[in-house]
Design a protein around this ligand. Structure first.
Ligand code: NAD
Ligand code: UD1
Length: 333
């Protein structure tokens, strides 16, 4: 297959590129490099032996995007591009709606013009909003109780994609709802390297361990969970990348939605302990008040992906911590 990855130099896109190249697919990448670095292309080549063709394009620039599609003759698009900093989205909602919705609409228009009828979209567990239970299944209602503009862009894009499919019976869309991606490629050559101050747990743990941040604030130890800290479903980035390959192999007409998660919850304290064990170093932490909008416990029910895609996670939190530390060691060189 000839595949376009939007946002393909980013964290999830770059790991997915490697798994797709390994399977013999022809991968091209488009990114505006707002939150990723051009050197990722060399890393992809080092790992996979292939340097994907790259377009430095902002998807809001429709003319430039059109040129990529005109040249590309793609079979399928994986749409990773987007802004994803939850806190920033609260401060700059218009920027988030403009970038995430605008880029998606421009892309869908180009796909229509050039008859590219297969799409895999990076959605998030955030679309489930607040639910009465911790274990989330794909058929639950979405869009209610989402606490930030970033999350709402994901929900809105899902709805736009559903309308596009209604308008075009030849269109096949797979929506992947990621839980919490963590870890790095086992080579240590690529991983998560955010350009700004992160607000997700794992990048903060990484920056505390390197001394770039002084301390990890644990947001609440009085939740109704065994150790009082929040529980999430952390999925190794390589498992997540492989989930994309499986999804592409099993594309079918209409809109198909899958949770990509492990099905197991891990608490903040368990994550800290796992990192300390793998690194042999103590992390500086303190208990802080709960973060607004946080839920006590959230994890995926991944049964649908296992049944329909033949995919399930294989790697553990220990693997993720080991690979993260290996990646940090490479960054420090
Ligand atoms: P990332 O920031 O590493 O990658 C996204 C890439 O998109 C970046 O390289 C950025 O430069 C690019 N981009 C943004 N706007 C663009 C535009 N207008 N034109 C061209 N390129 C643009 O993020 P990631 O963690 O790899 O996430 C990929 C996708 O998965 C995002 O859509 C994100 O919202 C979604 N997602 C991520 C997580 C997570 O925790 N990492 C969880 C759920 C969903
Ligand atoms: C957050 C976003 C969600 C987004 C997801 C992936 C919020 C409310 N939700 O989810 O919309 O889809 O990231 O990008 O921001 N924690 C700490 N200290 C920290 C950071 C996090 O204790 O400095 C805790 C949190 O309270 C939570 C867990 O770690 O219990 C995971 O947090 P995080 O990585 O931000 O992911 P989510 O809360 O799942």
């Amino acid at each position: 297959m000839k595949i376009l990855l939007t946002g393909g130099t980013g964290y999830i896109g770059s790991h997915t590129a490697i798994e797709l190249i390994k399977e013999g697919h022809e991968v091209e990448i488009l990114d505006n490099l707002f939150n990723s670095k051009i050197t990722v292309l060399d890393r992809i080549q080092e790992i996979s032996g292939v340097k994907p063709k790259f377009y430095e394009v902002d998807m809001l620039d429709k003319e430039a995007l059109d040129k990529v599609f005109a040249e590309g003759n793609y079979d399928i698009v994986f749409h990773f591009a987007g802004l994803k900093a939850v806190g920033e989205s609260v401060e700059k909602p218009i920027r988030y709606y403009e970038n995430n919705l605008g880029s998606t609409i421009n892309m869908l228009d180009c796909m229509k013009k050039y008859s590219v009828n297969k799409l895999i979209f990076s959605s998030s567990a955030t679309v489930y909003g607040e639910q009465p239970v911790a274990e989330l299944t794909e058929d639950m209602q979405t869009g209610v109780g989402i606490t930030n503009p970033y999350g709402r862009t994901k929900y809105m894009i899902e709805e736009i994609i559903k309308d596009v499919v209604i308008s075009n019976p030849n269109f096949e869309a797979t929506i992947l709802r990621y839980f919490n991606p963590v870890g790095a490629h086992p080579s240590g050559l690529i991983g998560e390297d955010p350009n700004d101050i992160p607000n997700n747990l794992m990048p903060i743990i990484m920056k505390v361990s390197t001394g770039e941040l002084p301390c990890l604030s644990i947001y609440g130890n009085d939740y109704d969970t065994p150790d009082g800290t929040g529980i999430r479903d952390y999925i190794h980035i390589v498992d997540l990348a492989k989930g994309h390959v499986a999804s592409m192999q099993k594309m079918k007409p209409g809109v198909n939605i899958y949770n990509l998660g492990t099905g197991k919850g891990t608490s903040v304290l368990e994550m800290v302990e796992a990192f300390e064990k793998a690194s042999g170093k103590k992390l500086n932490t303190k208990i802080a008040p709960r973060r607004a909008g946080d839920l006590a416990e959230v994890y995926a029910n991944p049964t649908k992906a296992e049944k329909e895609l033949g995919w399930k996670t294989e790697l553990t939190i220990t693997d993720a911590m080991k690979d993260t530390i290996n990646y940090l060691n490479h960054l420090a060189k």
